[in-house]
Design a protein around this ligand. Structure first.
Ligand code: NA7
Length: 555
């Protein structure tokens, strides 16, 4: 039930720390990736004074930082685009089916220029804390540059893949050569010519980078802890006709987003039949030839039923064995400890073929663990590998990492770290009980990284803008989830995941890649998420409670 209550008079920000004469903003938006830019655009459009804060020197979010060789989006470019501006769609042309990072960054830069968003953003500035003041219902946002901003709303568009994970492997500090991380890649070209390069990690980033590095390096040694399922992208140029055809079907595509989406588990999964193995096999073959990650929607129950998923796993393992000439290397590259699709499926350009090159060696860390890094390379249980350069493709403290890196304090000074000590808790992935007027774009408990993150960002921004307009119309000062609604939602998120194969993998969806992180399945993988959000709004924001404006409220 939506409820109202009057503001309490507690102050969690000592008054001497805050410049109370400073201009009060409508909103601060943290992050200038796809979510943050759209939030800035929409919030300004509805008349809010808004400031964006971005740690990087430019827009782009994860696409600003991840510039390693071979980096591409695993969602087709035509879909991995903003949907909200017909003009933008009409004027932009993607050159390839799967855009490379540089082109995606150009696109984001173009959006920032075209919609004049850059002047709203303070670049090279990192938010260190955000503190809610019970006394006046405002957030105080501080940065590493000494800014102290006061705002009614705090929009966290900090991204799900923005805090790189560098594992603490013994001796890594002893290594004398350069150490690079795919998620913090240098801006100047990295020359691998004549170099012996070690790559740790075989998720999407490693799988994209390894074939490119191998083209010029003297030798690449791949240190693999878990093999992954990867599908060929069959990348290629896009034509004008491709864009025209896409636009012709655009309305239907938007409509389809309201229901179920790629990568989510539809209700029909529970009752869908299990097709005969040969029928499945042929379908997977067709999708393999088509390229991309479409295997995940081959059947509604592929992510819920081993009878379907196992056949897809066998199929991909068969492809790996067909492709990789050395039988032991092929076996080591075959994923066996998790179902397909329950870690984000990888989309590659010649990954498995790369292991046929004479200058590429696979080290299976399950059989041959790393003992330590040394000054000249890596000592495994079996051998010393001499290296000139080391590349960590070891992923991210995903989904919650960036939120928890800031000191966020809600009512009564309670920290988000404390509130999420046992794992993240949100209502719809949009807000957190006890943290009024704070919104999380693609937060934990929402589909977030499942499917197309851009459309997920757009949906969250549109939802919160509607909510803000509802508040404006009703003279409402604050909004926050009811604790019970949040509990029910998180139970639902967990229950939906438990009916799938997702929990069977040690994935970053569960947080298990980060030592000490609570093991909680974070994304919402049910269908009908948008419908749930719309219904909550249509029913008067059920599960959220509001406080009324009082005299002196800043609007
Ligand atoms: P991922 O998918 O988290 O992959 C990270 C890889 O690094 C994965 O193979 C990990 O093995 C490996 N890893 C992590 N820590 C270690 C240690 N200590 N030793 C050896 N290997 C390790 O990150 P990506 O950047 O590739 O992709 C993230 C998302 O970006 C991707 O899903 C797309 O959506 C885009 P593990 O599997 O944990 O055994």
């Amino acid at each position: 039930m939506t409820s109202m209550r009057s503001a309490t008079a507690k102050t969690s920000v000592p008054s001497d720390e805050v410049d109370r004469d400073a201009e009060v903003l409508g909103a601060v938006v943290v992050g200038a990736g796809f979510g943050g830019l759209y939030a800035l655009h929409r919030l300004r459009e509805i008349g809010l004074s808004v400031v964006g804060i971005e740690a990087a020197p430019d827009v782009g979010g994860t696409w600003y930082w991840n510039r390693y060789p071979g980096v591409r989006c695993d969602v087709p470019s035509l879909f991995y685009s903003y949907s909200w501006s017909p003009e933008l769609r009409a004027e932009w042309r993607w050159s390839e089916r799967y855009a490379a990072q540089a082109e995606i960054l150009r696109y984001i830069g173009h959006v920032a220029d075209r919609f004049e968003l850059r002047p709203l953003i303070r670049f090279e500035t990192r938010v260190t804390s955000a503190t809610y003041d019970d006394a006046d219902g405002l957030w105080t946002v501080r940065t590493n540059r000494g800014d102290c901003l006061r705002a009614r709303f705090c929009i966290m568009a900090t991204g799900c893949l923005s805090v790189p994970n560098t594992p603490d492997i013994p001796g890594v500090g002893d290594f004398a050569g350069p150490i690079l991380h795919t998620a913090q890649w240098p801006h100047e070209p990295v020359d691998f010519t004549g170099k012996r390069v070690g790559v740790v990690g075989t998720g999407s980033s490693g799988i994209q980078a390894i074939p490119e590095i191998a083209k010029t390096a003297r030798h690449v040694t791949v240190f693999q802890r878990t093999p992954n399922y990867s599908m060929p992208s069959r990348n290629g140029p896009l034509t004008e006709q491709d864009h025209v055809t896409f636009e012709a079907g655009f309305a239907a595509y938007l409509e389809s987003l309201q229901h179920s989406e790629f990568g989510r588990v539809p209700p029909s999964a529970a009752t869908a039949p299990i097709p005969p193995r040969d029928v499945q096999w042929q379908r997977y073959e067709d999708l393999w030839q088509e390229g991309g990650g479409a295997i995940l929607y081959a059947y509604p129950n592929i992510l819920t039923h081993h009878g379907v998923n196992d056949v897809a796993c066998d199929f991909v393992r068969g492809k790996i064995r067909e492709t990789v000439q050395d039988p032991q290397t092929a076996e080591d590259l075959c994923p066996t400890n998790h179902p397909i699709g329950v870690k984000r499926i990888c989309v590659d350009s010649g990954y498995f073929e790369t292991f046929n090159r004479p200058n590429v060696t696979l080290v299976n860390l399950r059989r041959e663990p790393v003992e330590r890094f040394t000054q000249t390379g890596v000592q495994t249980s079996d051998r010393a590998v001499e290296l000139d350069m080391l590349v960590f493709a070891t992923g991210f403290d995903a989904i919650t990492g960036a939120l928890l890196a800031m000191d966020i304090r809600g009512r009564d000074g309670r920290t988000l770290k404390d509130a999420w000590a046992a794992g993240p808790r949100t209502y719809l992935g949009l807000g957190v009980a006890g943290f009024p007027n704070l919104f999380t774009i693609t937060g934990p408990g929402s589909p977030s990284v499942i499917g197309n993150v851009i459309t997920n960002c757009e949906h969250h921004v549109d939802w919160l803008v509607d909510c803000l307009q509802h508040m404006h119309r009703g003279g409402l000062q604050t909004v926050e989830p009811e604790e019970t609604a949040q509990d029910d939602w998180m139970d639902h998120v967990a229950e939906v995941a438990s009916r799938t194969l997702y929990p069977e993998a040690n994935s970053w969806y569960l947080g298990v890649n980060i030592p000490g992180k609570p093991k909680v399945f974070m994304p919402y993988v049910g269908a009908g998420y948008r419908h749930s959000c719309s219904k909550v709004a249509a029913d008067g924001y059920t599960g959220f409670r509001f406080e009324r404006e009082t005299e002196g409220t800043v609007r």
